[in-house]
Every structure is written in C-alpha cells, then in structure tokens.
Ligand binder design. Structure first.
Ligand code: UDP
Length: 404
C-alpha cells in the first residue's frame, strides 16, 4: 500500500504536508464511510484507495458496505436510474418499504457510532434515520440535475436529516435543497494497480492473453455493462471507423458490480450486438480482467471512448487521460470537466461526430499524443487522490468544528 510520502514526487511536497497537518488535527476522532458495494463502480474504486491511505495517516476511519439481496438492489438500481432522470422508473410503495426495511436492518448491523459518518449514494441513504451521534454527510455521486420528481420527493425528507450534502458538480445540486451542499470532484490513485506505470512488455502480455493484436490499432470503452454507458454506441463508432481503418480493433471492458442487477442482461446485449466480429473483444471481470488488465488495456488504446448518455463523473475518463490517452466522449455529466474539447480529447454529440474524431486521432498520432499529454497534466492538477483526501479531511474538520 502506498504511503502519503510516495505521492510527493507526483503532486509536490506542499500538498503532502498539508494533508499531514490536517490529519493531525482530527487524530483521535472516528469516521465511517458506507456505500453499497465493496467491488464494482466508481465509489468502491475511490474508497478502496482513500480509506487505507487515510488510515495510514493515523485516522480512525472505517469503510463499511450494505448487505442486501437481489430484490433490494433491484429497487436501489431503479432509484439510481430515477434520480438520473429516468422518468419511466417508478418505485411502488412496496418497493420503498423494502428499501427502508433493508436499510434499517443494516443500521443495526453496522457500526455507525462515529464523529463523522459519510453515506455514499442513495442505497444507504435511509441509515440516517437510525443516527445516534456525530455529523452526517450524504455524498451523492450520481447526476441528480433532472431527477424523476416522484422518486426524489420520497428521498428528500431523509436527505434533510443530514448536516451536509456533497455532489460531483454544481448543477447536480437539486433545486430547493434544504441543507448545505458542497462540490467535490472524484479522484483516482496514480499508484494503484489500475493506474501505476506499466512496462510495455507487460501491456503486450495482457493483450496477447486475450488475443488482441498489439500491432493493430485498438480503441475501447471501459464501463459497467449498463444502458447509460451506451456500449452499443461505442460499437457503432468502431464500425464506422473500421470502414476507413480495416485493421481496427475495439475492446469493450466491463465489470459486474455487486449492486447492479442490470449487468448480466447488458453484457448479453453487447455480446449479441458485437456478433461474430473477431476484432470486437467483449471482456469482463469474469474473464479475469482486473485492475492490472484494465490498466494495460487503457494504455494500449490509441483513443479511449466514453459515449455515456449520463455519467456522474466518469472515473474511466480520468484513468485514460492519466495514461496520456485522448478521450472521445459525449458531453454527459462530469465528462466535460475532464475532456476539454480539442485540448484533452473531443466532446461529441453523436455516433457520426465521434467516429470522425476517432478517425482523425488515428490518422494523426502526433495530435493524439499532444491531447493525451495535456490530459495527463489536467488530471495531475485536479483529479488525483491527494486532492480528494485533502477535501475529505477539510470537510471532516469543518463538520466537527475544529477550524482554527
Ligand atoms: N471498472 C473496472 N472494470 C471494468 C469496468 C469499470 O475496473 O470492467 C472500473 C473503472 O476502471 C472505474 C470504475 O470501475 O474505476 C467506474 O467508475 P466510473 O466513475 O467511470 O463509473 P460508475 O461505474 O461509477 O458509474
């Protein structure tokens, strides 16, 4: 596990010293983070690196996850979709009751007695009803800018019970939110197995293991198999570009998150859509694609795609940019914070537009390199774990009233 000083060569001594000083202020305090799953998706990704790093600084913080069965996670996924604006997703009274019941059961199993409790996303939101002590913050990672009003009005009374809400973008803050809200960008860990430097031989080995030709161009999208991520759109882009670049390959890398019951269905759809094309690789954690493999694939992409129609922030974009790979994406959610059009990649409106940009970057490797380098700098300045940890420590200090 990396120690805080290991980050100094990347972000500078000043940033590391500030973190150490803030950690000193809250020593002796207890903090808890709760989310729905220990594996799969951006939140698990962030917490799995942030919590051990905070603990290595002497902070007494734990990471706990919900226990629930498939029916519970079906309801919470529906809620997730509804909050992201799915107007068709309606939650029945019975489903809502189940949601509250499972949350209440979890509240009695989890250890929530802490000075600061941070609840991530809607799944564990109702835990606040069993709050005993401490300050509670709700960290919402999804795009709630145009929520399904019926779903939001069910959750809103519980949101009000928090001391603070945290969103990934200003415009995600729901209108008439009754509690204070702040913005915090998600971040990646440059020293994690997913993002640490890799030798070209190691990258090549991974490609060969999956039958990808390292001598032909490769594009790809890394994302959960999920309708919002638009995996079929990514394959459409590949098909359009392939007409001009016959050797092109695409890797569709997706994982099955424990809290996402839609994964299997969407995986099947992607496989079916890919058909018999041997240059389309649909791979998942079930094929042994873990952090190291994702790292290798992202490094091997000439261009990374992120064609999501909705996206909270899009850590996969951050990860690709950090590897110096330009990203062609749709203008969804937090993507425009990262993909600065014409500077770190291209923002596109549709398949045709995206295909033209991908083809352009394949024709002009020097342009791809330039955008990739700027992307890496952009991530170093804004979206690395040291920034996320500083923000989190500052929030803790403010919540418990220890500001100097
Ligand atoms: N991820 C992964 N394997 C996959 C697909 C995704 O490890 O096959 C990781 C990805 O690298 C990223 C996270 O899951 O770190 C996804 O976060 P993001 O913010 O992009 O989307 P979310 O899944 O939270 O909607």
């Amino acid at each position: 596990m990396a120690r805080i000083e290991d980050y100094a060569p990347i972000v500078g001594d000043g940033a590391v010293d500030t973190i150490r000083r803030m950690a000193e202020i809250i020593k002796g305090e207890k903090a808890v983070h709760v989310n729905a799953t220990s594996y799969g998706g951006g939140v698990a990704e962030i917490l799995s690196r942030m919590i051990p790093l905070a603990r290595s600084l002497g902070i007494d913080v734990t990471w706990q996850t919900l226990k629930g069965d498939i029916d519970f996670f079906k309801v919470t996924k529906k809620m997730h979709n509804a909050l992201q604006g799915d107007l068709g997703a309606s939650i029945s009274d019975e489903e809502f009751k189940l949601y509250l019941k499972v949350a209440a059961e979890n509240a009695s199993m989890l250890d929530l007695g802490a000075d600061v409790v941070v609840i991530h996303d809607p799944q564990p939101l109702p835990l606040v009803r069993q709050r005993e002590r401490g300050k509670w913050a709700w960290r919402c990672h999804i795009d709630t800018s145009t929520p399904n009003e019926a779903a939001w009005s069910r959750l809103e009374p519980m949101v009000r019970m928090y001391d603070l809400a945290i969103f990934s973008m200003e415009r995600y803050i729901p209108k008439r939110l009754a509690i204070p809200a702040i913005i915090d960008y998600p971040t990646i860990d440059p020293l994690s197995p997913k993002n640490a430097p890799m030798k070209p031989e190691e990258v090549e080995k991974v490609l060969e293991r999956y039958g990808v030709d390292p001598d032909r161009p490769l594009i790809g999208q890394v994302a959960r198999f999920d309708p919002w991520k638009n995996p079929l759109g990514a394959i459409d882009v590949y098909r359009q570009v392939k007409a001009a670049v016959p050797g092109l390959q695409i890797a569709m890398i997706g994982s099955f998150a424990r809290d996402d019951p839609e994964g299997a269905e969407w995986y099947e759809r992607v496989v079916r859509y890919a058909g018999r094309d041997k240059d389309v690789f649909v791979l998942s954690n079930l094929d042994g694609v873990g952090d190291l493999e994702v790292n290798a694939f992202q490094r091997a992409f000439s261009v990374a795609l992120q064609l999501s129609n909705r996206e909270g922030f899009g850590l996969t974009v951050t990860e690709a940019l950090w590897k110096g790979v330009p990203v062609v994406a749709k203008r969804a959610g937090g993507i425009p914070l990262q993909v600065i059009d014409g500077t770190t990649g291209f923002l596109t409106e549709g398949i045709k537009d995206a295909s033209e940009r991908v083809a352009l970057l394949l024709r002009r490797p020097w342009l791809a390199r330039e955008l990739g380098e700027r992307g890496r700098r952009h991530v170093r300045l804004n979206f690395l774990i040291t920034k996320g940890l500083s923000n989190y420590l500052r929030m803790h200090i403010e919540l418990v009233g220890k500001m100097g």
